[in-house]
Write a protein that binds this ligand. Sequence first.
Ligand SMILES: Nc1ncnc2c1ncn2[C@@H]1O[C@H](COP(=O)(O)OP(=O)(O)OP(=O)(O)O)[C@@H](O)[C@H]1O
Ligand SMILES: [Mg+2]
Length: 309
Amino acid sequence: MNAAPQIVTLGAHVLDTIVQPVDEIPEGQGSLLVDEIVMSAAGPAGGTALVLTKLGARVVTSGAVGEDVAGRVLVGLLRDAGVDVTHLITGELPTSASVLPIRSDGSRPALHVVGANALAADVVPWEALAAAAHVHVGAPELLGPENVVEILEYAHAHGATTSLDFLIGGEPAFYALIEPLLPHTDYVLPNAEQAMGWTGAADLVAAARALHAAGARVVAVTDGGGDVVVVEEDAVAFVPIVPAEPVDTSGGGDAFSAGFVYAKLRGQSSRDAARFGSATASQVVAGVGTDHGVYDAASIDALLSAAAR
Ligand SMILES: Nc1ncnc2c1ncn2[C@@H]1O[C@H](COP(=O)(O)OP(=O)(O)OP(=O)(O)O)[C@@H](O)[C@H]1O
Ligand SMILES: [Mg+2]
């Protein structure tokens, strides 16, 4: 039995198929030989659940997949990793999936089917939320603000801390889906494009401050290979990432969220949590897929101690 505190992740679960390297799509019916084609569980709920479990947390994930091969593969990958999948329902829409052609520099476009993730609001595991030490909503935009506020308030009322990460891009109009959630959230973990786009701020600090002013207790904005900007109370910190040679940056944000939440749950400061998050992400982006890397919390701690020397 894993005696670690229970974390509930809910929201988007995605089956990623990652192809690498792809620097151009062949003309006509041409074909391209690549180094690898890998499948991984992913998404801001599913991917974060996977990484949290690898770190050593006890994770229950909740959401919806389709009644199809992709759904069976996705649930199987999470179950095999040790995630509790009893609250992943099978809905009538196809499993959410992405195809990610990775360029040689690690960047990638994404081809995405939303599918069953649109049903995530139908399956809130209230009992698991009541028992949780932490609740992470991955892609709250899929559940609708009223549902998410109810979930966050319920989690808080039962003693859990809460966090949010997102799938949608930084179009200003999307902020209407996000802003009402912020006063109910402990840790808000967007990427730079989302934070700047929603708030219309001119720089990352202004964007993080705006999200904090809207009610989030702690804001940590990731910026790919740049520093993480952390705003808490009146303090702004630029937290250097743990460098990586990225092979596939997909899942970096989900891994950051997992590490950040893990470190906060064991009582670390938000700056240290951002370091731990980026150290976790450095393991994931160094290979293909969110499930890349062999690590646990102790090896991430060791990596950070070595980096500090
Ligand atoms: N090019 C990079 N070099 C080193 N580390 C990176 C790089 N890209 C991402 N990371 C790591 O991953 C973390 C999250 O990255 P990013 O800001 O790209 O998140 P994201 O856009 O939300 O990603 P996701 O695709 O998982 O949603 C960074 O803070 C960093 O630790
Ligand atoms: Mg992200």
